[in-house]
Write a protein that binds this ligand. Structure first.
Ligand SMILES: [Zn+2]
Length: 440
C-alpha cells in the first residue's frame, strides 16, 4: 500500500525565492499542514489533486502590515483629503473607533476575501477595535494571522487600548494558526510607561510587537523633543528592539539607526505604495546590505487594492528610480529579492516556519496560471513580479487546506460579502463625512 497524502500538486514549476531555485515539472505533496515531498512523478494515494500544468507555484504571500478595519474607507477620501496631516490621527483612528461590531465584522470579512483573491496566505494586522472579530474571521477563512489591539494611552479618548487588553488577547490566541501580538500604534500616542510595559511583557511572553516606526517627520521631531533621541535611537537605548519586533515603514532613518535596527535583529515592513505617497524612498538597499530582514506590507486596502504583486512592482520601480537610475545601476532590487520579501521574509516576521517550497515547511502555497497573454512568454519565472498581479493566482493552499480553487474562494461567500458591504455603504459614508467635517 502506498503512503497517503492530502493534496498532490502535479507537474508544476516551483519557485523557492529564499534559495533561488526553480524546479520544473515537479509534484508537491502535502500531508496534514506540511509539505512532505517535492519531486518528479511522485506516487501517493491521495485525497485531492491539483493539475499544475502551465502553472507556477510560489510560497504563499505574506502581508506583514495591514489594517483590516480600514478597508471600508475605499474611495471615500480625495487625494487632497488624504494629504491632511496626520491622517492616521485625524481620520483613520476615529473611523476605526466609531465602527460598530456589525460593521467591523463586514470589514474584516471583506479584507480576508481581498487577501485570498490576491494570493495572500498570512497577514499581520496593525491593530483595530475588535481584534477578536478579526481573529475569528481569519480562523473561518483559513488564513494565518497575527492580530492585536492597537495599543495607545495618549490618543483620542474613545480609543484607549491597554497592554492588558493584548495580554488577554494573547492568552486566547496563543499557539495556533491565528495568534495575538502586542503593539504600539506609534510612539506619539503611547506614554513611556506603556511602551516599557509592552516590550517587557512581549519579552517574557515570547510574543511579537507590531508598531509603526520612523514613519513621519513629526514623529522624529516629537521623539527628539521628548527624549533627545530619535524614535529608533530611544527604543534601542532602552533595549526594546529585537527580532520579535515588526517595525512598519522606517522611512526616515539615519545611518546610526540602520546600524541599531540591524544589530538588534528588528524586522522592517516596507509598504511601497504608501511610502511613495506619504513618505519617501526608505533606505531599503542599505538596510538589506546591513542584513535587516525586510518584509512587505500593503498598509491595508483603503487607498489601494491589497495586492502584494503591485507592491513588489512599486518596490522595484520606486527604489530603482531613486537609488539606481541616477547612477546607471539597474540592479538595486531584483524581482527575486522582492518575491523573497513578500514570502519567506514575511513568514519569518510573523514567526511561522513557512514562506518556502521545501519539505517540512508549512504548506502555504500560491498557484499562478501563467497561460495568459500578459504572462506569455515568461523566459525567467523569477521575473514574475514585473508582469503578474494578485488576480493571476488561481489556487491557494494554507496550512495544508485548499482555500481557493480555480479562482473561487472556498471559505468565504464572495457575493454575500459584497452585498453586505453595499447595504452598509450609506451609513459608512455618513460616518466618514461626519469625521472629516470635524477635521477639515
Ligand atoms: Zn499602518
Amino acid at each position: 500500500m502506498r503512503e497517503e497524502v492530502d493534496i498532490l500538486v502535479k507537474n508544476i514549476t516551483a519557485l523557492d525565492p529564499a534559495s533561488d531555485t526553480i524546479l520544473h515539472g515537479v509534484d508537491i505533496a502535502v500531508k496534514n499542514n506540511r509539505i512532505v515531498k517535492i519531486g518528479q512523478r511522485l506516487k501517493f494515494d491521495l485525497v485531492e489533486e491539483i493539475d499544475g500544468g502551465g502553472k507556477i507555484a510560489i510560497p504563499g504571500l505574506v502581508d506583514a502590515h495591514t489594517h483590516a478595519f480600514q478597508i471600508l474607507l475605499r474611495g471615500a477620501l480625495s487625494m487632497k483629503e488624504l494629504q491632511v496631516h496626520p491622517i492616521w490621527l485625524r481620520v483613520l483612528i476615529p473611523f476605526e473607533a466609531e465602527l460598530t461590531r456589525e460593521e467591523a465584522e463586514i470589514s474584516v470579512e471583506l479584507s480576508c476575501l481581498n487577501m485570498i483573491r490576491k494570493g495572500i496566505t498570512s497577514f499581520a494586522d496593525a491593530g483595530g477595535p475588535y481584534p477578536e472579530i478579526l481573529a475569528e474571521a481569519a480562523l473561518r477563512s483559513g488564513l494565518r494571522a497575527l492580530v492585536t489591539h492597537s495599543t495607545m494611552d495618549r490618543g483620542p479618548e474613545n480609543y484607549t487600548r491597554t497592554v492588558q487588553m493584548n495580554r488577554d488577547l494573547i492568552q486566547r490566541y496563543r499557539n495556533g494558526r491565528v495568534r495575538g501580538s502586542y503593539s504600539i500604534r506609534q510612539i506619539m500616542t503611547s506614554s513611556d510607561q506603556q511602551i516599557e510595559e509592552t516590550f517587557r511583557y512581549a519579552r517574557t511572553d515570547g510574543v511579537r510587537v507590531h508598531m509603526h516606526l520612523n514613519e513621519e517627520v513629526s514623529e522624529i521631531q516629537h521623539a527628539l523633543a521628548r527624549w533627545g533621541l530619535r524614535p529608533v535611537e530611544y527604543l534601542y537605548s532602552k533595549g526594546f528592539l529585537g527580532d520579535n519586533v515588526l517595525a512598519a515603514h522606517c522611512a526616515f532613518l539615519t545611518g546610526e539607526e540602520i546600524r541599531q535596527l540591524s544589530s538588534s535583529g528588528t524586522n522592517i515592513i516596507h509598504c511601497p505604495t504608501i511610502a511613495m505617497l506619504y513618505m519617501n524612498f526608505p533606505r531599503i538597499p542599505e538596510l538589506i546590505a546591513a542584513g535587516v530582514n525586510i518584509a512587505l506590507g500593503s498598509d491595508g486596502g483603503s487607498y489601494r487594492p491589497i495586492d502584494l504583486f503591485m507592491e513588489m512592482n512599486i518596490m522595484i520601480s520606486g527604489l530603482t528610480g531613486y537609488y539606481g537610475t541616477p547612477y546607471h545601476d539597474f540592479n538595486v532590487i531584483t524581482p527575486r529579492t522582492a518575491l523573497k520579501a513578500a514570502t519567506y521574509n514575511g513568514a519569518r516576521v510573523l514567526g511561522f516556519k513557512a514562506g518556502r517550497l521545501q519539505e517540512d515547511y508549512l504548506a502555504d502555497i500560491a498557484i499562478i496560471d501563467v497561460q495568459k497573454p500578459h504572462l506569455t512568454p515568461l523566459h525567467d519565472p523569477y521575473l514574475l513580479p514585473l508582469y503578474a498581479t494578485g488576480e493571476d493566482i488561481t489556487d491557494l493552499i494554507v496550512d495544508g487546506k485548499i482555500i481557493m480553487k480555480n479562482s473561487q474562494p472556498l471559505t468565504l461567500d464572495q457575493e454575500k460579502i459584497i452585498q453586505m458591504v453595499k447595504e452598509i455603504q450609506p451609513q459608512i459614508l455618513e460616518k466618514i463625512k461626519s469625521i472629516t467635517r470635524r477635521q477639515y
